[in-house]
Design a protein around this ligand. Sequence first.
Ligand code: PHE
Length: 449
Amino acid sequence: MENVENKDNAWSSRIGFIFAAAGSAVGLGNIWRLPYLVSKHGGGTFLFLYLLFSFTIALSVLIAEFTIGRYCGAPVISNLRKKIKGSFIVSKLIYIYPLALIFLLSFYFVVSGWTLFYFCKSIIGAINYSHADTAYYTSIFNNLLVSPYTIIGFTILFVLLTGIVVYIGISGIEKINFIMLPLIFILLTIVIIKVLTLDGSMSGIKYIFSFDPKFINREAITDALGQSFFALSLGSGTMLVFASYAQKNYNIKFSAIQTTNFGVGVGIFSTFLIIPAAFAFNVDINSGAGLTFITLPVIFSSLPLGVAFAAAFFLVMVMAALTSTISVLEVCAVFLADALKISKKAAIIIFTIFFIVVGSVQALSFGIFSHIRIFGQNTFDFANMMVNFLLVVGGILSCAIAGWLISKKDLYNEITNNGLIAFKSFTVWRGMVKFIIPFVIVCIYIFSN
Ligand code: PHE
């Protein structure tokens, strides 16, 4: 895994690299998190902010992370120390990345567990898809949240599944993505078409396109910024590690654009599915983290062959979540192995055990542990908030490394494959990464209210 020269571990092709990166990017962040953030912040206004940040700030940071990763090569952390100026401080600061990832996985495994629950229950016929009754599906979700054994069981199952795949080795995950990514778009498209024919769905579409400056406040802006990093796995070292396995002839800029298109595309499709459907079926638009999980079954119940759609859709969600958790656990293990000078396999085992414990605690944060509050929030929402913040801080670090600590010549040569690939906006991009993005982000955090 640590050696690019080892054919098994580098991505098998350029497209393979894009699919691996897109597989990490496309996950519950796009399918589950974006729709509920859109509804939390009043609809289109949030979507506008999210798209703005995604195609300016996030895309630029992704290009920076791909470039740093491939410039250093695997193993990325020790190479970072060797190749980057000021590496003493940098080698300490990069622990922001795994810190963000630990917070992330702590709740991500729980939501992944929800998807596994819905998949298993759908396939064994324990959820009835033959009548559309919003109250019934709402109660399934609410019961799940307060059933300690079920929810812990599915969370642990997902942690183990991830641990085993990462232990065996991640080469080949791009092959899962070759099937999963097109399948997501196909399923989403079919179901969206159905939803748009329903009475009431147009109010949802109007809501998605609505723009009202009164919704632009500090929380909406930081949520949109955080989500644009979350959805593309930025600020977490993930894309750095992935790119360190990439070969020297891949086109970084093109790969970054495609990865962004995939990530943002799935998010937009999901939003156009969940929100209009929630309007059509009178699902409470403020259901928060439950919005996607309550709305989807209601949609399936309105379709012919609802069970088949439910099983297929939840399976795709499980796969999307799994390709993301795999990438995160892989990166956590890379960091731990480097810090403790232990083997990566040992690090994977340690993290798997760690997440079984932490994931179980988080799984109960809506039920018997809901009284545990940090800054007024349950531990699930607190971790969610920390991730938003830490990914952005990690993103600034990536900008600092690319913009300030790698020479302009090296940076140019890495992105353009020594001049073979044109990058006309190189100077603009480098200016963004070096000055504009860190400045804008700091201003957002200091001045927005
Ligand atoms: N991008 C993933 C998603 O949208 C989450 C993720 C964030 C994965 C950061 C890796 C690192 O679900």
